[in-house]
Design a protein around this ligand. Structure first.
Ligand code: UD1
Length: 421
């Protein structure tokens, strides 16, 4: 296992390019199960999670080639195996998204339940509700979900849950409905740009979908989907993390391939904190007007402030003098980074779904441990800002979602390197 070692205090400078979105491409890979034709997907980041999805597709009988960001998924001579194995599905929740396409196309799917995860309970009741509404029978068998339907039938499906809409449930049900008989309407659908990107991919395959990117998605089922060539949207969470790396080090970097129109809530909070946001269609840059002000943040489904940026914002607020309150409304237990930031001298108190941050002028380097993907990004930001040396163990969490992050930061002047644990 590798760890990151960071010598903090270097101001980042230069230009960096954001990779394709992890959360966009994972369900898009699952969607390739909807056709036998070749699917080409471009701007795919080389990550642990994308590689896990390749393994799953191969285990189901697809052929996957990956070279320089271009993925080509084709059929093999073998029939598709409709069973997605526990070992693979348990390592990554997004792999549950193969259920919708398998069910829609092959009438049966047996997919392991993804299980819990460090950021809290992560049920799949909304996925099930959607499949049942489309006419599938669902059984639980030794930790597997077994879904069957001779042919799915379109229906009106309300997909809102206790915490609002669900990204992967919307993806899963939309993929199943693409080949169902008749019209489906998903109400309280997730509006995330990654859901809209999947819909665009399906439309290029011949699906009839309207309203994606809004809470009401209409899908007119078709009999057949075909070959597609699609470029993934840039990763808005990586863009936000890099911009915060610049800000927290007092640096000035230009982030290329950052779609500011996907980052409204983040931009709003930056402006409230006293930062000048300079943006073009595909680039962003942050320049603080004077000293930063603390801001309160509440995570919400898109277009609200993304839960996937909560931990990174907490790192920034830890070094912004004043009090800020961070409220987590999507995953109320997503606060594993609090104790680690406090090890670095931050003053953060957790109270239920709130974290009260008393910003300090400096953090001090310390050995810390990454607990999940975004918590590891938060600790990298804290390490970049801290005085002295920070070592972050279990950095494999970061590798699930950030492509070459150490190399990108090094190119911007950061003192960060890998060591064996
Ligand atoms: C996706 C993202 C993840 C992000 C999250 C929220 C991918 C691969 N992952 O995860 O990075 O943090 O959206 O923006 O795209 N819920 C239920 N029942 C369900 C499904 C979800 O109650 O059947 C709840 C969840 O526990 C959570 C909320 O709904 O409280 C939103 O979760 P959801 O949008 O489903 O997250 P994911 O799609 O798993």
């Amino acid at each position: 296992m590798d760890k990151f070692v960071i010598e903090g205090g270097k101001r980042l400078k230069g230009e960096v390019t954001v990779s394709g979105s992890k959360n966009s491409c994972l369900p898009i890979f699952a969607a390739t199960l909807l056709t036998d034709d070749a699917c080409i997907i471009r701007d795919v980041p080389n990550l642990r999670d994308t590689n896990t999805m390749f393994k799953i597709l191969r285990s189901l009988g697809k052929n996957v080639e990956f070279e320089k960001g271009k993925v080509r998924v084709t059929s093999t001579k073998n029939p598709i195996n409709c069973i997605a194995d526990y070992k693979l599905v348990s390592t990554m929740r997004a792999s549950f998204c193969v259920l919708g396409p398998l069910l829609g196309r092959y009438k049966i799917a047996k997919v392991s339940l993804p299980g819990g995860c460090i950021i809290g309970l992560r049920p799949v009741d909304l996925h099930m509700k959607g499949f049942k509404a489309l006419g599938a029978s669902i059984l639980m068998e030794s930790g597997y979900v077994v879904a069957k339907a001779p042919r799915l039938k379109g229906n009106h499906i309300y997909l809102g849950g206790v915490f609002g809409s669900s990204v992967l449930a919307t993806d899963n049900v939309m993929m199943a409905a693409a080949l169902a008989k008749g019209k489906s309407i998903i109400e309280a659908a997730a509006c995330e740009p990654e859901v809209a990107d999947l819909a665009e991919f399906l439309i290029k395959m011949g699906a009839k979908i309207k309203g994606h990117g809004t809470p009401v998605i209409e899908i007119e089922g078709v009999k057949h989907l075909h070959a597609v060539d699609h470029t993934i949207i840039p990763d808005r969470i990586e863009a936000g993390t890099l911009l915060l790396a610049s800000l927290i080090t007092g640096g000035d970097i230009l982030v290329r391939n950052a779609f500011s129109h996907h980052m409204g809530a983040f931009i709003d909070k930056m402006q409230e904190a006293g930062v000048n946001v300079i943006k073009t269609e595909k680039t962003m840059r942050l320049q603080p007007k004077k000293t930063l002000r603390p801001v309160n943040i509440t995570t919400l489904p898109y277009p609200g402030f993304p839960t996937d940026m909560q931990a990174q914002m907490m790192a920034l607020m830890s070094v912004t003098p004043g009090i800020s309150v961070i409220t987590e409304k999507i995953f109320p237990d997503r606060f594993m980074h609090v104790a680690e930031l406090n090890r670095m001298g931050a003053h953060i108190q957790r109270e239920g779904p709130h974290a009260i941050v008393e910003g300090m002028s400096k953090l001090l380097g310390a050995p810390v441990m990454a607990s999940d993907l975004r918590a590891s990004a938060c600790l990298v930001l804290a390490g970049l800002a801290a005085k002295g040396k920070t070592s972050i163990s279990r950095i494999y969490h970061l590798e699930r979602g950030y492509e070459n992050f150490d190399l990108k930061l090094q190119a911007l002047g950061a003192r960060v390197w890998r060591e064996k644990e």
